[in-house]
Design a protein around this ligand. Structure first.
Ligand SMILES: C[S@@+](CC[C@H](N)C(=O)[O-])C[C@H]1O[C@@H](n2cnc3c(N)ncnc32)[C@H](O)[C@@H]1O
Length: 261
């Protein structure tokens, strides 16, 4: 058991891993998973669509935007199609720094990445963005473009915690050609189910979930040039050619990418 981990308290990283069908989770996480699935039949699909968006976004950033450095905050447990695998499939020289505040992520990440080149993982809390930046600077050159990834993590912050200021600090650290890519759960798709999901999740899991609407999510990318198609439902963000996006009600997540010019 990694230091600092309480297996009896479900964590967002482990519940998300369970939603994705992973094995790095405990009985308490699986019990919540069962509860969430009963409440909201699209919970697993939502996690998978979010993860698929992240893969498309990283591929876009490496392949089309030419980014070679990635700072993934709230990275989650290693799973399939990890950010470094997607980016390094485009160019093996891509550097990736993973950061998460869950010690389980750190221990599994270090084990998985032991043989990977240009990849680092460290423990950090997005609430202390300056500490993350300081440590990330040991591995990434911020005078060159860096893509900051905030996939499904900002919805763990209330407005009182001022996540907009945290994202602005990250934006301030970028140089031209840098990007911020983010996804965020929403309750404005017309279904009460996702709100019930958020309430239950917040009662049971170590991190509470705060859904935001389209305008609130878009505001995170203020000061950046929107990458087409802007902030949209994650399933509609550059879907792979020849695929039919899942109905948005089955994956209530917004996603978008902004570029510093
Ligand atoms: C839903 S998972 C998303 C994982 C991955 N980014 C993805 O989209 O596939 C959220 C992750 O954010 C992490 N997290 C939550 N609050 C955080 C914080 N304040 N600082 C850093 N990581 C955080 C959790 O531990 C978890 O691993």
């Amino acid at each position: 058991m990694p230091k600092g981990v309480d297996p009896t308290v479900p964590s967002s990283a482990r519940v998300y891993d369970a939603l994705l069908g992973g094995k790095d989770n405990y009985e308490s996480d699986r019990q919540v998973l069962q509860l969430l699935n009963d409440l909201y039949p699209h919970a697993a699909a939502t996690a998978r669509e979010n993860r698929a968006w992240l893969g498309r976004a990283v591929r876009y950033l490496a392949e089309e935007a030419g980014v070679r450095q990635f700072l993934d905050i709230g990275a989650g447990l290693p799973t399939q199609e990890n950010v470094h695998q997607v980016a390094q499939a485009v160019d093996p020289s891509c550097r990736v720094v993973y950061v998460d505040n869950d010690p389980v992520v750190l221990s599994h990440g270090q084990a998985l990445l032991a043989g990977s080149k240009n990849v680092t993982v460290f423990e950090g809390d997005l609430a202390d963005v300056d500490a993350i930046l300081e440590q990330a600077r040991e591995h990434l050159d911020f005078s060159r473009p860096v893509a900051v990834l905030l996939s499904a993590v900002l919805h763990f912050f209330t407005d009182d915690q001022d996540p907009y200021r945290l994202v602005a600090r990250l934006r301030g650290a970028l140089s031209p050609g840098g990007h911020i890519a983010l996804s965020h759960g929403t309750g404005d798709i017309g279904s009460e189910d996702s709100k019930t999901f958020a309430d239950t999740y917040s009662q049971r899991v170590s991190s509470s979930l705060f859904l935001r609407d389209h305008a609130q999510v878009s505001a995170f990318l203020d000061g950046l040039e929107p990458v087409e198609p802007g902030v949209v439902h994650a399933v509609h963000w550059r879907p792979l050619p020849g695929t039919t996006p899942r109905p948005v009600e089955e994956a209530p997540v917004y996603a978008g990418v902004g570029r510093l010019v």
